[in-house]
Design a protein around this ligand. Sequence first.
Ligand code: 4AD
Ligand code: MG
Length: 430
Amino acid sequence: MDWVTLDRIGQYTGTTVELRGWVANRRSSGRIRFLQLRDGPGTIQCVVLADKVTPEEFEFADKVPYESSVIIRGEVREDRRAPNGYEITVTRLELVSEAEPYPISKKDHGVGFLMDHRHLWLRSSRQRALLKLRAVITRTARAYFDELGFIGIEAPILTPTACEGTTSLFKVGYFDDSAYLTQSGQLYGEAAAMALGRIYVYGPTFRAEKSKTRRHLTEFWMIEPEMAFYDLADTIDLAEGLVCRIVSAALEECRPELSLLERDIKPLERVVAPFPRITYAEAVEVLKNKGLEFAWGDDFGGDEETVISEAFDRPVFITHYPAQVKAFYMKRDPADPRLALAVDMLASEGYGEVIGGGQREDSLEALEKSIEAHELDRGPLEWYLDLRRYGSVPHAGFGLGIERTVAWIAGIHHVRETIPFPRLMDRLYP
Ligand code: 4AD
Ligand code: MG
């Protein structure tokens, strides 16, 4: 007999198949029992009738604990009323493993409880929708760069230096010495771009963020392209193309998931190029016009990002930040050395920053000065300075945070549900 998964059930109408999965729900009404079976790719209603199964099986269908694993055989019927269009009339019901009383029920649980049971919570339809959306987003992002001829490379997780400032470093023991978990693959991406031209790094990154906000995880994933001979404008064009491609893939491939998440897709349908491009100075004007007090030279926090992003109907690129709020590797604006050739992209609907990047400092002398000004230890960065000693070229890149992108496209409030097992300041379990 054929073991069939529910993504392919439509090809088996009128035949008898075997399904393997978990009992997501059940109910009985008189001589008829219904089991909701979840097999991974989908869920289906299984109808158990007294005259089609043994008395033991019929009895079992009334009692089988939620989330028990089972193998079911039965005939596939088309049924317009069923959520996925099909039903199974059960002819055999076999237990694989009986579940203990399942801790997650239909009633409202607090977030803390659900997070403690994250390993089980993943089975719920909302979490499955989010994980599928995430998978589509990461696959699409990689495909975008692969198809443009970028080479995917891996950057190390254990590193000797900070990339994004020394305050959010995770220090780990490294034999008799210590190392830091990477904050970004960028610096290694720059070395690879000098070898391969256009590359991207996709990997986990770590920040000891002491802020408990809806946008911060301590472990998150970034896709980071880095391109030799690109300037700031080129890198913005590339980022715009990536974001359009991701959003259209989500709209094409994840309609059922977005609808389950009750996502209003109209704002997503507006995510088409060109996105507005404004300078930091113009963004400060936006804040002032909304009546916010903000001093030139400060960095935007979550609140400011929300206000700026709500002023536009699609994502917005902000460039030319004061150099003092950006990392040491940013190239200064030749027209105004107070500014860095940096870019952030704020997602629409108040979601705030999902992309950070810019043009890199390609002058050895300027980079040496910047390392000193940022009071960074130069020793572990000698290799990075070499990239400016041996055929330095203008180059640029950016990093797109996967979790914030998923939260925005899914339309959910907090990033904690966008990654299978979130790591937060106060959460390391499970
Ligand atoms: O703006 P960031 O810090 O930029 C970099 O790390 C650059 N080195 C990237 C590059 O140019 N290659 O981070 C980039 C993105 C942010 O826009 C955000 O989406 C995400 O990474 N991000 C976080 N996501 C979740 N939790 C955190 N704590 C995050 N910090 C940054
Ligand atoms: Mg940033």
